[in-house]
Design a protein around this ligand. Sequence first.
Ligand SMILES: *Cc1c(COP(=O)(O)O)cnc(C)c1O
Length: 448
Amino acid sequence: MPSAQPAASNKALARVDVDGHDLPPSPAPSSPQVGRRRYALATELVYTETKDQYGASSIPIYQSATFKQTSSNGGSEYDYTRSGNPTRTHLERHLAKIMNATRALAVSSGMGALDVISRLLRPGDEVITGDDLYGGTNRLLTYLKNNQGVVVHHVDTTDVDRVRAVLNDKTAMVLLETPTNPLIKIVDISTIARAAHDANPKALVVVDNTMLSPMLCNPLDLGADVVYESGTKYLSGHHDIMAGVIACADPELADKMYFTINATGCGLSPNDSFLLMRGVKTLAIRMEKQQANAQRIAEFLESHGFKVRYPGLKSHPQYDLHWSIARGAGAVLSFETGDVTLSERIVEAARLWGISVSFGCVNSLISMPCRMSHASIDAKTRAERQMPEDIIRLCVGIEDVNDLIDDLTRALVQAGAVTLTIDDFHANGASSGTSEEDSATASASASA
Ligand SMILES: *Cc1c(COP(=O)(O)O)cnc(C)c1O
């Protein structure tokens, strides 16, 4: 009988927490003041707020592909990790805050970020970009040119007039990178952004900010529409994950890029989102130490007569321009020795400096771009771009700077690039407790 059943059910349910008062609140990760900065960057980098049910100071890794729904039509904030995941959302809100953006999106690599951005382009669209770009950026743009009907103009973006000369009403994107690497040329983001928007108000100015990070530069404040970074470098800082970050001010643009991320499935995994969040918290202290070390090393090399490219040196031809757009010089520099085999000997003699591509890690790296990261660019093009074959790139880490200078000194002496006097050696290495053995090695090589 229908009327008897409810009474029977009520009895059976008497000991159940029907209203859910005994349940813990579900965790809703968030950061304070989405998209707006309240404290100095060093403070905001470490300051997060979560509504985690246990008050966890580090947002948990939601290692889950699916999320239970509250009703048959969904109704929960998350349903499937390709579309969204609490650990990723927490990271994205934190990144939006430190990048001065309305919204940030975290994807599986820096190139993944550029892929998402480049899907805003249509056949016939024109892209203007530099001639000294990150190799992977070149490769993706060449693919779009050959397969998607996108017109790509490579010009020297350090010269605003060269950019102006190719700007027109079909310009859909201007893609900039500063400083370039390994030539460390500076690009005037603000002036180019104004010129691009004058030529075509719909043109998107996109900046690859990997070399400077949000610690040193906020391209959105300089007139860029979209900024992206490889999270593999300074943002994570330990070379233990691949990640990419995209940020912008226009919510509609963010929605379009989110559509691509959800459609293609390149959102950053929960575990890597956790690691990137962890890395970002120490960005300020790492970058401060890395660039202080880089400055000392640049000055050391310059004082020994090498041609050094570093925006922290007054001798950099675009010193003033760099400091008008950035708050620091970064931690990547390059220098020339005048001889390719000499450069090879220096790189191979270094012990503390690991021979590796990439940068932004806590440990220092040394490389010969023309042999390694830029080897895919043919020798003729390298020559046209005035890329010296003997150029050595240093990506400076957080080690004791005297140890770094000692090791470099020993490598320079062993390679025969400099002759060392005992006075030089004490000036450079005395404070770091250099061992007798190392002194002996250096002297022996110098006299050999
Ligand atoms: C490393 C790097 C990229 C690509 O990032 P991945 O995370 O390696 O895909 C893009 N631009 C610059 C300047 C880079 O250094």
